[in-house]
Write a protein that binds this ligand. Structure first.
Ligand SMILES: [Mg+2]
Length: 386
């Protein structure tokens, strides 16, 4: 199995919404397609990857460093003993002559390449990716049915609390049972926002995302007030790399804390677990495999976490979409995050995959199954019409 061509492009996300820290009107994402000489029913196997939303496309890193290394590599150096492309080996080839540490946005570029090659490898094997991942771990207990939750409630110009309630209600109508909304880290406005959403979801079925803006005594006051309400968890209270600050804030929260979406490596996640004051029995880790070097690094993160008393059910990967859902099933993780709006290429799940009572059952499509979500597949096949 050899790579015959690689296509990458930057896709504008351009959405008039924002969270507590960034706006999305200039947001971009990378789309990647890797063609191979492997053929199934006469058609070449193509591996796809589509960025996680929120950290911009990785085009420069892909074009200048990682894709040239991949294309220059001897084909045998990318293969396992069976002759299939081994995504872990390919990622190692891409990482040649890269210093350790200082991970920057490199992990997202490597993860995209690794993800596209996992899609291709699983397609060549004729299996859904989650089955390949579970099999690699020797697990026979994993199933294609996983928990999911809906992430919405961004800030939009002129939107009222009624608009927020309507959006939360649409997520419930779409089948989600846990809905997460954005808050701004501001009292008392956030309490009004949370109470409005809780009136729709009911107690325990709402989570809030502060996007890292809390700090110090005012942050502790915010957490004491917000966590007195019946919310499921508070996401990313403090700056992603301020572990001591997070540890201090954690003491003020009466509900679980979820964080880690802006940590892109085992190095950073290990520091979070060592110094962030998180509670291994209840808090949630949201490291996003599509931003953090991918499958091989995630396995290392899980191994470290389990050595520290964490269990896989506490891993709720940020975004990552169809690919992350495959990893949630394949690794036996707690829940997958989804934007509820399936009309978006990066929203909803596969076309024939309804959310039922807060759960989905992954389709038996080979690979990630991008071919089962038409609007996303169109975004991944732009190069076919050139
Ligand atoms: Mg978040």
């Amino acid at each position: 199995m050899r790579i015959t061509a690689i296509h990458e492009t930057t896709v504008p996300i351009a959405s008039a919404m924002r969270n507590a820290s960034i706006a999305f009107d200039a947001m971009t994402a990378s789309a990647l397609a890797i063609e191979t000489d492997c053929r199934i029913d006469g058609d070449p196997v193509v591996g796809y990857a589509f960025d996680s939303i929120g950290r911009y496309g990785k085009g420069a890193l892909l074009r200048e460093r990682f894709l040239p290394r991949l294309l220059a590599a001897d084909a045998a150096s990318l293969q396992d003993a069976s002759g299939l492309i081994d995504p872990t080996r390919a990622a190692q080839v891409c990482m040649q002559n890269e210093k350790a540490g200082g991970h920057g946005e490199r992990p997202g570029a490597i993860a995209l390449i690794e993800a596209a090659l996992w899609d291709a490898r699983a397609k060549a094997m004729g299996q859904a990716l989650w089955r390949v991942l579970a099999s690699d771990e020797g697990s026979t207990a994993r199933t294609p049915t996983i928990a999911t939750y809906g992430s919405c409630g961004h800030f939009r110009p002129g939107e009222s609390l009624d608009g927020l309630k309507a959006e939360v209600n649409r997520a419930l109508e779409a089948g989600f049972r846990l809905v997460k909304i954005k808050v701004g880290g501001v009292l008392p406005d956030d309490l009004h926002r949370i109470e409005a959403a809780l009136a729709v979801t009911g107690a325990g079925c709402l989570a809030v995302d502060v996007n890292g803006v809390l700090e110090g005594s005012s942050g502790e006051a915010w957490l004491r007030a917000a966590s007195a309400l019946p919310i499921a968890f508070v996401e990313e209270p403090s700056s992603a790399l301020d572990y001591a600050g997070l540890a201090a804030l954690r003491e003020a929260s009466r509900v679980p804390v979820a964080t880690g979406e802006n940590l892109f490596s085992l190095d950073d996640t290990r520091n979070l677990m060592r110094h962030g004051g998180l509670r291994a029995g209840s808090d949630l880790i949201q490291v996003d495999p599509l931003l953090a070097y991918g499958v091989a690094e995630y396995r290392r993160i899980l191994a470290f976490a389990e050595s520290q008393g964490w269990h896989r059910g506490q891993f709720w990967p940020h975004a990552g979409h169809l690919y992350a859902a495959q990893l949630v099933a394949g690794f036996g993780l707690g829940s997958a995050e989804a934007a509820p709006d399936a009309s978006l290429a990066w929203g909803g799940y596969w076309d024939d995959c309804p959310v039922v009572d807060g759960r989905i059952t992954l389709p038996e499509l080979p690979g990630v199954g991008f071919e089962g979500k038409r609007n996303l597949l169109a975004a991944l096949q732009w190069w076919r019409s050139r």
